[in-house]
Design a binder for this molecule. Sequence first.
Ligand code: ADP
Ligand code: MG
Length: 139
Amino acid sequence: MFKKILIGYDGYEGSLLALEKGLHLAEELKAEVIVLSVASIPEYAETVSEVEEAKEQARKYYADVLSDVERLVKGKDLKVQTLIRFGKPAEVILHTAEEMGIDLIILGPSKYSYLRRRILGSTADKVVERAHCSVLIMK
Ligand SMILES: Nc1ncnc2c1ncn2[C@@H]1O[C@H](COP(=O)(O)OP(=O)(O)O)[C@@H](O)[C@H]1O
Ligand SMILES: [Mg+2]
């Protein structure tokens, strides 16, 4: 049923759980996996070189975060692609899912309470609300 799964991975505890369980599920379903990390672009950077430097740092950070994926995939019969993209996490997750023809998005739970999420908005809530496909929150 689900053949192309996108897992949102920001390196925090909840998303590590989503990654681990998501990879198991993908193995059982024989689905292809895209693991996506979204890095933010600094809003108040003043020069082009400041933006470039921030991007470079983010790229290094997320390359490290995504090395967890290699460790977890080792020995498994799975087709996995890792991606680092820049922008607002929910927007980028939604856009990438549509662009790549994803049929299941897997995320971890928010670490905040319902009330705080209602006020500040969470990545997971936005994705659930606007995704073109099914969304699974692992917890
Ligand atoms: N920058 C990001 N890149 C990729 N996935 C993300 C990112 N931010 C959040 N996610 C996904 O959404 C899940 C829930 O995160 P989020 O709603 O942002 O919770 P919190 O409020 O705790 O930050 C994460 O476990 C992860 O799967
Ligand atoms: Mg977050």
